[in-house]
Design a protein around this ligand. Structure first.
Ligand code: GDP
Ligand code: MG
Length: 307
């Protein structure tokens, strides 16, 4: 009942904004910058984000639900396909879509490949040139000019998600352009992800940052147990799934040093997030075909593609 809505809440706005783009352009960093708190994990590696993560931002009387999406790239494995499908479904479900481009990379092949499909998405689109801290002004202006020549975009922004430069302009634009209507979430909520999945993501971020080459992509993390203890501490058990015994050995490291380091970093960050003392127990299990196991996809919040 939209009329009733506007009568009772004359000037609130609320809507969904999907941030899409090639892998590693800084989508997750931007979501965290807009929300003002870390709600989604970041790494220097591609394809860190696997599912849709919603971060909630408030600006004036607008509540903006930001959807961080997996990067869009040419998929190879089943997990890749699920991630790319998820990114596009996020774009189609949104009121506004923001296309992120790494200003240093410019409109490269990966981003160009996104444009024709983006044209099929209804609703306003904005272009966000990120990482302006890495690019000299003249090159940036040339890029912005070229990008502005595209009729697709209602507005173009130049930002540094890392330093926060230009973020306020994006906030203001989004706040003004989401639809009028009541807020979907309580005022103090900054994400809709349950704590146990946030905690699993934090551990996965540490894995991504500590391990090299293919290994991060061959692993996934699940929170198996979350138990409030007397005295206010929490006991958390997580399983790291890998595909082979050799990978399990690498995750454990010599004398268990690697897993210890991952656990220490994850524990500290989870404890800071929930403001409770945390006992974190990490188990590493070999599950040869976890990348083809529907249950693992469900845990990640992804649809399981048939092939
Ligand atoms: P995503 O894959 O698009 O979600 O990208 P991430 O947010 O995970 O960021 C990928 C990498 O780019 C990380 O190492 C970030 O720290 C880095 N990054 C993100 N935004 C900026 C920025 O504005 N400037 C610079 N220099 N690096 C950035
Ligand atoms: Mg990401």
């Amino acid at each position: 009942m939209p009329t009733l809505r506007t009568e009772t809440e004359p000037d609130t706005r609320c809507g969904f904004v999907a941030l899409i783009g090639a892998p590693n352009v800084g989508k997750s960093t931007l979501v965290n910058a807009l929300v003002g708190t870390k709600v989604t994990i970041v790494s220097p590696k591609v394809q860190t984000t696997r599912a849709l993560i919603r971060g909630i931002m408030i600006e004036g009387k607008s509540q903006v639900v930001l959807m961080d999406t997996p990067g869009i790239f040419a998929p190879r494995r089943r997990l890749d396909r699920a991630m790319v499908t998820t990114a596009w479904s996020g774009a189609h479900d949104a009121d506004v879509v923001g296309l992120l481009v790494d200003a240093k990379r410019g409109l490269d092949e990966e981003t160009e490949a996104i444009l024709p499909k983006l044209a099929e998405v209804a609703g306003p689109k904005i272009l966000i040139l990120n990482k302006v801290d890495l690019v000299a002004k003249p090159a940036l202006l040339t890029l912005a000019e070229g990008a502005n020549a595209r009729p697709q975009f209602a507005a173009t922004f130049m930002v540094s998600a890392r330093s926060g430069d230009g973020i306020d302009a994006v906030k203001a634009w989004l706040a003004a352009h989401v639809p009028a209507g009541p807020w979907h979430y309580p005022e103090d909520q900054i994400t809709d992800a349950p704590l146990r999945s946030l905690a699993a993501e934090i551990t996965r971020e540490k894995l991504f940052n500590k391990l090299h080459q293919e290994l991060p992509y061959r692993s996934t993390v699940e929170t198996e147990q979350w138990k409030e203890l007397r005295g206010g501490a929490v006991r958390i058990e997580q399983t790291i799934y890998v595909e082979r015994e050799s990978q399990r050995k690498i995750v454990l490291g010599k004398g268990g040093q690697q897993i210890k380091a991952i656990g220490a970093e994850a524990r500290a960050e989870i404890a800071a997030m929930i403001e409770q003392k945390v006992h974190l127990f990490l188990f590493v299990k070999v599950r040869e075909h976890w990348g083809d196991d529907p249950e693992r996809f469900r845990e990640m919040g992804l649809e399981f593609p048939k092939e």
